[in-house]
Every structure is written in structure tokens, then in C-alpha cells.
Design a protein around this ligand. Structure first.
Ligand code: PGA
Length: 244
């Protein structure tokens, strides 16, 4: 069976308990919109449990934004894959470029986190993408291939793994690659990963550009940052995927 297409929202460090009602509003609107596709919300860890319980029984899931490679131990400030599962998460974003940049995560670190996520039954959403300098230098496809071979364990399957292509220069900037550039990158990624793995595009996805991106070959959904923080932006993106 082919996995349903997927729209994932990455809230990053936005959303607090005092905004729980708003968060649940986005969650329930997403659940109502997402009847033919999978929807995932990745809020801050503090909101996982209340959101997961509000979404029980729907096809809108909650996920973490990172996890540690170890399941427990002396790692102050970290959250393990098992702890995400405790909180009701089914997925975890790994290797986001903000973590690669701010926490100096290497592709080898990320591969270990993917294994940790899998061992707890979490679906790993592995992020890869080139910087602007790498694109300008003509090395985008080489960078993507290198990141995939170093951070994606060989036994990835469509049930355990999703890949998100996120050009670093498109994240939070309002700039996106051309549809030809997205198609080129996704075709290259498709050739490197086991058949059937879902490929998401991420970086400045909006209700305005979503339909064209979803009509691009080898795009199975999106990883959405800023536009996942408001139901009025996020639900049209879900609708665009349903209609793709
Ligand atoms: P953006 O973020 O949609 O705000 O560009 C995407 C992401 O970082 O996953």
C-alpha cells in the first residue's frame, strides 16, 4: 500500500501552554481538513501530550522536532525518542538545518538519531538541503547525495522514513526554488532512496504556492514552518495537497 501524502507543520520554538486553545484549534482544523492525507504537527515538546490526546483517533499526528541518539542517561536538557512516544508522538523531525547549524549536528549524529527514533517506532522525517553558496557553486545534487548517504541508514523503508528536501536558503525567507529546481532535486533524491519513501518539500511553503509545488513530480507533501502556525494558512495547504 502506498503511504498517504503528508503535510507536516514544524512549529519550532513557537507555541506555549497559554496558547493551548489556539494550538488545539489548529489541530482540530487540520484533523477536519486532512481526511484523505496524513497531517502532522510538530509543536514544542511541552505541547505534545495535550495535543496528542486531543487528536486521538484522527489522521492528524503529533511529532517531535528532534530527539537524542541515546534512550536515557546523563544528557542534560535532551529528550529521547522514548520520551516523545510517552508524550504521544508518532514522528520526529531529524537533521533540520537549524539543528545542524545551531547544534553542530553532523550527518553521522543524525544517522544515530534516526536509528534511535526507529527503535522506538517513530517515523523519522530526515531533513536535507543545500545552502545558497552550495547552490551557487553548482553542487546542490552532490550535497544532497552526500547528506543522504551519511545520514540515512540503509534499511530505511516507507513505513519508517520520510525525507524532507529543505533548501537552507528557502527556510523562513519567503524565497523558494523554481519548480524545475524542486523537480530536479526530488528526482535526484528519489534515485537515492528506497522505493515508496515519501519526499516532502520544505522552505517558505504558503497557501499561495502550495498547489504548484504539490503538482511537481516526486513531491509527496510538504514540511511547513511559518505557515503552520495559523489554521487559516495551514488548512489551505492541506486542501491543496488533497486536490493535487
Ligand atoms: P518555513 O520553514 O516554512 O517557515 O520556511 C520550513 C522549515 O524550517 O521546516
Amino acid at each position: 500500500m502506498t503511504a498517504p501524502k503528508l503535510v507536516a507543520g514544524n512549529w519550532k520554538m513557537n507555541g506555549r501552554m497559554v496558547h493551548l486553545e489556539e494550538a488545539l484549534g489548529i489541530a482540530t482544523a487540520s484533523a477536519a481538513a486532512g481526511d484523505a492525507v496524513d497531517v502532522l504537527l510538530c509543536p514544542p515538546a511541552t505541547l505534545l501530550a495535550p495535543m496528542a490526546s486531543a487528536l486521538t483517533g484522527s489522521n492528524t499526528f503529533v511529532g517531535g522536532q528532534d530527539c537524542h541518539a541515546q534512550q536515557s542517561g546523563a544528557h542534560t536538557g535532551e529528550v529521547s525518542a522514548a520520551m516523545l512516544v510517552d508524550a504521544g508522538a508518532t514522528h520526529v523531525i531529524l537533521g533540520h538545518s537549524e539543528r545542524r547549524r545551531d547544534h553542530h549536528e553532523s550527518s553521522a549524529d543524525i544517522a544515530a538519531k534516526v536509528q534511535a527514533a526507529w527503535s522506538e517506532g517513530l517515523v523519522a522525517i530526515l531533513c536535507i538541503g543545500e545552502t545558497e553558496a552550495e547552490r551557487d557553486a553548482g553542487s546542490t545534487l552532490t550535497v544532497l547525495a552526500e547528506q543522504l548517504s551519511a545520514s540515512l541508514p540503509e534499511d530505511a523503508t516507507p513505513e519508517t522514513t520520510v525525507i524532507a528536501y529543505e533548501p537552507v536558503w528557502a527556510i523562513g525567507t519567503g524565497r523558494t526554488p523554481s519548480l524545475e529546481q524542486i523537480a530536479e532535486a526530488h528526482a535526484a533524491i528519489r534515485a537515492h532512496v528506497p522505493a515508496g519513501i515519501r519526499l516532502l518539500y520544505g522552505g517558505s511553503v504558503t497557501p499561495q504556492n502550495a498547489a504548484a509545488i504539490f503538482a511537481t513530480d516526486n513531491v509527496d507533501g510538504a514540511l511547513v514552518g511559518g505557515a503552520s502556525l495559523k489554521a487559516e494558512d495551514f488548512t489551505p495547504i492541506i486542501d491543496a495537497l488533497k486536490n493535487a
